[in-house]
Design a protein around this ligand. Structure first.
Ligand SMILES: *[C@@H]1O[C@H](CO)[C@@H](O)[C@H](O)[C@H]1NC(C)=O
Ligand SMILES: *[C@@H]1O[C@H](CO)[C@@H](O)[C@H](O)[C@H]1NC(C)=O
Ligand SMILES: *[C@@H]1O[C@H](CO)[C@@H](O)[C@H](O)[C@H]1NC(C)=O
Ligand SMILES: *[C@@H]1O[C@H](CO)[C@@H](O)[C@H](O)[C@H]1NC(C)=O
Ligand SMILES: *[C@@H]1O[C@H](CO)[C@@H](O)[C@H](O)[C@H]1NC(C)=O
Ligand SMILES: *[C@@H]1O[C@H](CO)[C@@H](O)[C@H](O)[C@H]1NC(C)=O
Length: 652
């Protein structure tokens, strides 16, 4: 009786709903194939013209979404050996394909002997439990003899795994689902077919984090027009992407504003070149410097996979850095660097990372920290992809017309005699680089002393430190307060009865500094000071050259591989004053690129074992010489001097 009444109540509710206007759209489906989680996208990419024979055969598989593989083969004839070889190739080159997708096969054959399907193919198919084999029309007669279904499709598809509906033959793209175990993403994304993106709606278990879906690598072929085809890209959550929100690492900001309607031009350029955006990545709040764990109040800081897994992943582009260090399925992250936000995370997570020359591309639709210093760059394990992505993003604004590499090396802060394992690694790299470039010697420099010995007249006798000590905190606090904070506070107050939103301690103290501790024209002063420095630096230290773009390369240590635990109570965040080398390359507007070189051991207080952390150097050249450093990285990689880091606890 009870269950009957409940049924009636539900029935009434359904009647009410159907009599009302509703907005219903499919959001894809989750499917498990051989124990692996997949997402079948809602967009129909093709339709198999199903015969009734095929539909009845399909119904024996027992699910509506049938895993299907499209085979693309140009061998002379399609033989059992070719089939087996393709299965091996798809398995080894694509993490999305698995042999569970051989339930149904669509063969696209372009070989010169189309009729020559050689049997016994049937036995090869039986091995995988293949129920449906849909060969090209040319095979019809011989295949019919084997009792397989014949069919065609509406839209030609690239090879790879798909899902096909047994009801109507609709074909959908297959995404493999990965848990974001290192908490590096804010949301998984997938492209809609109208230029916008949606949050990935499927979820798998994964340490309370978002789920990232990646489409099959087999769908994509790189071409001159699409050099990034199929490249899996993460985007720092300060870049706008149409269809989804921009959060800037702040919960109130994320909640307040609606999804963006425009994609930032720098992101669009990567999309146009074929990149696949797989998700938005974590940033420290409003891209300010934060240390784990106390500074990260609104969101938890990403986990650095290196060593014991409890090391600081560094600050604002740490989502991209942590992903590059942790996930084999992840190709490249778009980060941003104002005062080290790409260089820090790439060094400690053990990947390549570049702060480009300042001003190469527009940063419209990107949250500013300081437009005078903000730059967009990449974090990736792959030095070749790094250069390819840079050519797409910066176009002709990075020099590629140099005729030789620099023959002069400057260093700052690199020891001349090694007393630790890390220093021995640094010196060894330096000597190898010197030999590789055919450089006669390496000149250690101390920028403040060079300045003191030969200051520019405009400096009126002040030291380098006096000139630049306050320039960075002044620029970021003033510029961000005016461009981001003021409108955010006003919009939030208007929507919340005059209330102020929560802001993490680090951006809050920096904004306060900008408002109270410096004169109103301070950012103009800071830019003037930085300009005096830049002109002096490019005439006296890192000087342009017509042959090698930059007369010298300046090397410094970006990470020595010392442990920096995240479970440590630190002092409250302060004002980032000072003139570290990383700041100087920023003021000089020069490319500053991080090479992971080797690793050193330490005794972990977490695992109580010896663990390894990456050692990384920074390479600086004259403004606009980014292309030359990318070329150097490629050549050092080809020579085996630089290596592609692995993912996980040990980079090498
Ligand atoms: C599989 O890959 C190998 C290595 O790239 C290639 O030589 C072979 O032709 C591929 N097999 C087929 C059937 O395309
Ligand atoms: C684009 O497609 C998505 C998914 O179908 C939809 O939610 C969104 O409203 C569309 N946006 C526009 C601008 O058409
Ligand atoms: C290169 O820089 C110029 C000058 O700033 C700019 O107009 C142009 O759009 C930039 N090129 C690219 C590819 O962004
Ligand atoms: C600019 O440099 C002068 C010294 O010439 C220094 O007193 C001043 O504090 C600097 N201003 C900023 C904002 O960095
Ligand atoms: C490289 O190209 C730039 C811009 O076209 C030009 O200014 C520079 O002189 C060229 N350098 C060489 C070495 O040809
Ligand atoms: C780790 O501790 C062991 C035992 O005390 C010591 O022999 C070893 O040198 C230490 N390794 C490092 C890298 O500090």
């Amino acid at each position: 009786m009870m269950s009957l009444r409940m049924t009636r109540a539900v029935f009434t509710a359904i009647t009410l709903v159907t009599s009302t206007l509703a907005s219903i759209s499919p959001a894809g489906q989750s499917v498990v194939v051989n124990g692996i989680n997949y997402y079948s996208a809602p967009e129909v990419v093709s339709i198999i013209d199903a015969t009734s024979d095929m539909l009845s055969r399909a119904s024996t598989i027992g699910v509506d979404l049938i895993p299907l593989t499209v085979f693309s083969d140009s061998s002379r004839s399609f033989t059992t050996a070719v089939f087996r070889s393709l299965v091996d190739n798809y398995t080894s080159s694509d993490d999305v394909f698995n042999t569970g997708f051989l339930q149904a096969i669509y063969l696209k054959h372009t070989g010169s002997a189309p009729a020559a399907v050689q049997y016994p193919l049937g036995a090869a198919l039986t091995k995988y439990g293949t129920k449906l084999f849909m060969p090209a029309r040319a095979y019809q007669s011989s295949v019919e003899a084997q009792g397989y279904s014949i069919t065609g499709w509406r839209t030609e598809l690239p090879a790879g795994p798909y899902f096909m509906s047994a009801r109507n033959g609709n074909v959908y793209q297959a995404y493999r689902l990965y848990p974001d175990t290192n908490m590096a993403f804010t949301e998984g994304l997938k492209a809609n077919n109208n230029g916008t993106y949606s949050v990935m709606s499927a979820a798998v278990y994964g340490d309370h984090t978002p789920t990232i879906g990646v489409p099959s690598r087999l769908y994509y072929t790189k071409t001159a027009a699409k050099p990034l085809a199929g490249v899996r890209l993460g985007v720092k959550d300060i870049y706008d992407i149409a269809g989804v929100k921009t959060g800037c690492g702040n919960r109130a900001y994320y909640g307040l504003y609606p999804p963006r309607t425009v994609t930032a031009p720098v992101v669009q350029r990567l999309i146009d070149a074929g990149a696949i955006i797989v998700g938005k990545q974590k940033t420290s709040q409003f891209a300010n410097g934060e240390s784990p764990t106390a500074d990260w109040v609104d969101y938890h800081c990403p986990f650095n996979a290196r060593g014991d897994g409890y090391q600081n992943p560094s600050s604002s582009s740490s989502g991209a850095g942590a992903s590059a260090g942790a996930y084999l399925w992840f190709d490249i992250g778009l980060g941003s660097d104002t005062g080290g936000s790409i260089r820090g995370p790439s060094a400690v997570n053990g990947c390549f990372g570049n702060r480009p020359s300042h001003g190469l591309v527009t940063l419209d639709n990107v949250m500013p920290l300081s437009p005078a210093l903000d730059t967009p760059g990449f974090l990736t394990r792959d030095p070749l992809l790094w250069h390819t992505a840079a050519k797409v993003l910066y176009g002709t604004n990075i020099t590629s017309n140099f005729t030789s590499l620099p023959k002069k090396i400057l260093t700052t802060g690199v020891p001349t005699v090694a007393s630790t394992e890390s220093q021995a690694i640094q010196l060894d790299f330096l000597h190898t680089l010197q030999a590789f470039l055919g450089a006669k010697s390496t000149t250690p420099i101390v920028p403040a002393s060079l300045w003191a010995a030969n200051p520019p007249d405009e400096a009126n006798g002040v030291s380098l430190s006096e000139l630049l000590n306050l320039a960075y905190p002044t620029l970021i606090s003033h510029q961000q307060y005016n461009l981001v904070t003021q409108p955010f506070y006003a919009d939030y107050a208007a929507a919340n009865n005059g209330k102020r939103p929560f802001v993490d301690p680090s951006p809050l103290i920096r904004w306060a500094f900008g408002q109270t501790s410096v004169p109103a024209d301070a950012s103009t002063q800071a830019i003037r000071n930085a300009t005096i420095f830049r002109k002096w630096w490019e005439q006296n230290v890192v000087v342009p050259s017509p042959e090698s773009c930059s007369e010298s390369l300046l090397l410094y240590v970006q990470s020595s591989g010392s442990p920096n635990y995240r479970n440590v109570y630190r002092s409250a965040p302060g004002i980032p004053t000072g003139i570290s080398t990383g700041r100087l390359s920023g003021f000089a507007e020069e490319p500053d690129m991080v090479f992971p070189i080797r690793q050193v051991s330490y005794n972990s207080s977490i695992t109580l074992q010896e663990e390894m952390l990456p050692v990384a150097v920074s390479v600086v050249a004259a403004k606009g010489c980014d292309g030359m450093i990318f070329t150097l990285a490629e050549k050092l990689f080809a020579a085996g001097i630089l290596k592609m880091p692995k993912v996980g606890s040990m980079a090498f």
